[in-house]
Design a protein around this ligand. Structure first.
Ligand SMILES: [Zn+2]
Length: 94
């Protein structure tokens, strides 16, 4: 009986750990890093043969500001093509 109870607790703890790990990982993924954003944008362009419009460094050519945090705050994780600056509205298409 004691053995069975111990087994039950171990199983319960394992399931709990799996659930907690999933929740934690989900939170990590929703908070995308600058590097991950730039990597996503590069891969997106390569896969679809789009020109890489936005500056590879993530810093706007015109206002010289880092545009990545602004883009992330707008919900872009790098998988949406960036064609202009969200801060000074310069177009990168020309
Ligand atoms: Zn700009």
């Amino acid at each position: 009986m004691i053995f069975l109870a111990g087994f039950g607790i171990a199983l319960y703890l394992t399931i709990l750990m799996v659930i907690l790990t999933r929740v934690w990982r989900g939170k990590m993924e929703s908070k995308i890093t600058r590097d991950q954003f730039l990597k996503n944008q590069r891969e997106r362009c390569n896969k679809n043969n789009y020109p890489h419009f936005m500056p590879a460094s993530g810093v706007c050519y015109r206002c010289k500001k880092d545009i990545v945090p602004k883009l992330i705050s707008k919900g872009n994780d790098g998988n949406l093509l960036v064609t202009g600056c969200p801060l000074c509205h310069a177009s990168y298409c020309a």
